[in-house]
Design a protein around this ligand. Structure first.
Ligand code: CP3
Length: 360
């Protein structure tokens, strides 16, 4: 039977666990779950209204506001999961690295980590300062109950280290790779320290009610396979396993990862996030049948005519072919100018989709 509209119905509670969490675990679902990377953000008027009065970090640090932004976006879209409104860089502050978001420039870390001494100075004992994220998760989980999956998240050690070392976004990751190759013990010490903070941070989120943790290794595609294996993989794998020990599934996501997928899957993550640069079934083959996949519509497709969007959405769903363990998403985050109605239309397309041979 079809499920229409946003209100919970008998069909939605028939299966144990939300369809989102079930899909993460490759259990059968009544239909493919859908949510969007950066689903709460500047493309949405409601978010822009809140942002008029508060900075991004203020929203993150006020659980009431962070929960409101999270809930509003998930409800407006009618998605199957709500990702907590927070930012990848929040753990930098309790580690002793203040940062700010500068308009038009993205994040800026004032004193980037460049030397062994800088790494030694990083603090690992204040992950508890991030409890405001946990408080927001509690509110979101209380609001949705069993209706939606609640996603907590953090950056992967490599991606977080790259922000700490570069001092912001980067094109070539020169300083990061300089430390990686030139002072490998310091590089490893940095990843170890990041791991300690992230493990505690994820534990706070899981205890607060996060059903799933997504680990964003957004910039891991800057590494070739050998470098990923030698310098980044172990730290990610350790974090994936530590979070799984807490009793929740893990989604491990990166972009431009076509050459890394098999190795990324070796972290043991339950779900691997796929970008749009190869067809979903090709990516899934590399990830292997023991993992679910999430993706993989090009976010810029959301600017195309509706027929083109529909064609692409259906291609992805056909490539998944009804196999348990597909979560529909974009291949990367929604960008600010995206028309909200196109995002809503994608939700409807995913909800209404039936494989041709199962139409009857
Ligand atoms: O709805 C959601 O997805 C939840 C909230 C969320 C934000 N950041 C809020 C945010 C999430 C999941 C993130 C993760 C994040 N933050 C990542 C990983 C995801 C990815 O895109 O790969 C990264 C790399 C960051 C770091 C970051 N935060 C950058 C580079 C920027 C600036 C880029 C820009 O678009 O200006 C941010 C800012 C940010 N974080 C915004 C939002 C909604 C946009 C700006 C704002 O309101 O000022």
């Amino acid at each position: 039977m079809d499920i229409v509209g946003n209100t919970p119905s008998a069909e939605e509670t028939i299966l144990e666990g939300t369809r989102f969490v079930r899909a993460c675990l490759r259990k059968p679902v009544d239909r493919t779950p859908v949510w969007f990377l950066r689903q709460a953000g500047r493309y949405m008027q409601e978010y822009r209204d809140v942002r008029k009065h508060h900075t991004l970090v203020e929203i993150c640090k006020q659980p009431e506001l962070a929960a409101e932004v999270t809930i509003t976006a998930a409800e407006k879209l009618g998605v199957d999961a709500a990702i907590i409104f927070a930012d990848l860089l929040l753990p930098l502050e309790p580690m002793g690295l203040p940062f700010e978001f500068q308009a038009g420039e993205g994040p800026v870390v004032h004193h980037p980590v460049r030397t062994a001494e800088d790494v030694r100075a990083l603090r690992i004992d204040r992950a508890g300062d991030l409890a405001y994220v946990a408080r927001a998760i509690e509110k979101v989980a209380a609001h949705f109950g069993d209706r939606l999956g609640v996603i907590g998240f953090c950056g992967a050690p490599y991606t977080l280290a790259s922000y700490m070392i570069e001092g912001g976004g980067s094109r070539n990751y020169i300083h990061t790779k300089q430390m990686m190759y030139g002072d490998t013990p310091t590089w490893r010490a940095l990843l170890d320290k990041i791991f300690i903070v992230l493990e505690e941070y994820c534990r706070l989120q899981v205890q607060a009610g996060a059903d799933v943790i997504q680990i964003f290794d957004s910039w891991v595609g800057s590494l070739g396979l050998e470098d990923y294996r030698d310098y980044a993989f172990e730290a990610s794998k350790r974090l994936v396993r530590a979070v799984q020990q807490m009793g929740v599934p893990v989604i491990y996501f990166g972009v431009e990862t076509a050459g890394l997928l098999t190795q990324m899957a070796a972290t043991g993550a339950d779900v691997i996030g796929l970008d749009w640069r190869q067809p979903l079934d090709v990516g899934w083959r590399e990830v292997g049948p023991a993992h679910a996949v999430q993706g993989n519509l090009d976010p810029i497709t959301l600017f195309a005519p509706i027929e083109v969007i529909e064609l692409r959405v259906k291609e992805i769903l056909r490539a998944a072919n009804g196999r348990p363990g597909h979560i529909f998403n974009l291949g990367h985050g929604i960008v600010p100018q995206t028309p909200v109605e196109n995002v809503q239309a994608v939700v409807k397309m995913v909800r209404d989709f039936r494989l041709e041979n199962q139409d009857a």
